[in-house]
Write a protein that binds this ligand. Structure first.
Ligand code: UT7
Length: 313
């Protein structure tokens, strides 16, 4: 994972907009977030996370033939941030592209990479979630600017012959969905194809909250049903980190106790597509997630988009 050095606390935010540490903690669970400086672009953070993931996997950049970067905050409208990362890693073969599904981006990228690997077309994938959401925020809108942060996380997936059962390591099942009817509940009011501006993030928080609780439970149930497992079988639940209350409600529905939920929302805020790989890296780094364990990830974001994946680590 890679996080900017600069930390913005709730107390500091309370000097910028009409909010309080108490309100932010109680409504979201967030205590602080990291904010990128000018030099820390999405590709810079994504490349740093990618290098660490490769080192941790013991795999050289030259073995990677697929790079998928999930982001809604690319360095430039084009080229894809994944190609910027491919260049930074000095990789001259294979393919690199971005996936844009906002906060669900990492789950969509993971599902996409898994399908490339299981089809046999590619062998080693770098899947990255990288964001600089601070650049999209309206710092006068207390309803959104207190929620988001910057960062990047990455994982390496490598194809190997399995048995086709849930004893195999890797992505056992993934389930992704979208429903464009709700595109105006969480969106950015600018874009290259409309007004030519970058724009600011706009959200109807209460509406998103309501749909998140329903959609996340649905997708997680679909993934569990496809594998014949239940919440009781899950070693670690690693949800998108938007709001502690949404995480708690989903874990409760799943029957997963808080001791098996990975929370990073307090330290990172909502880092959109980066939040799940940041949480994975945190829990692998401190020894909680161990090889062979079952890890369930889920996310919901603008579009709406949502999805989940069950992984044997
Ligand atoms: O990652 C993509 C998915 N995104 C999410 O999952 C976010 C989902 N939504 C949420 O997490 C929550 O809806 C929020 C944290 C955004 C808001 O919490 P809420 O409990 O839904 O609050 P609310 O929007 O209903 O606002 C309650 C009150 C309002 O005041 P009144 O109208 O009751 O007087 C707001 O004006 O809280 C006020 N408020 C604030 N007060 C202090 C809104 N933002 C703030 C703030 N500080 N930052």
């Amino acid at each position: 994972m890679a996080l900017p050095d600069r930390i913005l606390t709730n107390a500091e935010l309370a000097t910028m907009v009409d909010t309080s540490d108490d309100w932010i903690r109680q409504r979201t669970g967030i205590e602080q977030r990291h904010i990128a400086d000018e030099s820390e672009t999405t590709s810079v953070l994504g490349t740093a996370a990618a290098r660490r993931a490769l080192a941790s996997a013991g795999i050289g950049a030259s073995d990677v033939d697929l790079i998928i970067c999930a982001t809604s905050t690319p360095d430039h409208t084009f080229p894809a941030t994944a190609t910027e990362i491919q260049h930074a890693l000095d990789i001259h073969h294979g393919v690199a592209f971005d996936v844009q599904a906002v906060c669900s981006g990492f789950v969509f990228a993971l599902a996409t990479a898994d399908k490339f690997l299981t089809s046999g077309s590619h062998k080693v994938a770098l899947v990255i979630g990288a964001e600089t959401f601070s650049r999209l925020l309206d710092w006068n809108d207390r309803g959104t600017c207190v929620l988001f942060g910057d960062g990047a996380g990455a994982v390496v997936l490598a194809a190997e012959q399995g048995t086709g059962t849930i004893a195999d390591r890797g992505v056992l099942h993934s389930h992704i969905r979208s429903e464009g009817r709700y595109r105006d509940k969480l969106y950015v009011d600018g874009g290259a194809g409309s007004n030519g501006k970058v724009g600011h993030l706009r959200m109807e928080g209460r509406e998103v909250f309501k749909h998140a609780v329903i959609n996340l439970a649905d997708t997680v149930e679909a993934t569990l049903a496809a594998t014949g497992l239940t919440g009781a079988d899950i070693d670690w639940f690693v949800p998108h980190q938007a709001n502690k209350r949404i995480i708690d409600a989903t874990a409760h529905k799943l029957g997963v106790p808080g001791s098996r939920v990975v929370y990073t929302v307090q330290d990172h805020g909502n880092t959109s597509a980066a939040s799940i790989p940041l949480a994975l890296a945190t829990a692998v780094g401190d020894g909680r997630i161990q090889r062979g364990q079952l890890v369930l990830v889920e996310a919901m974001g603008g579009g709406f988009t949502w999805g989940s994946a069950l992984i044997r680590w």
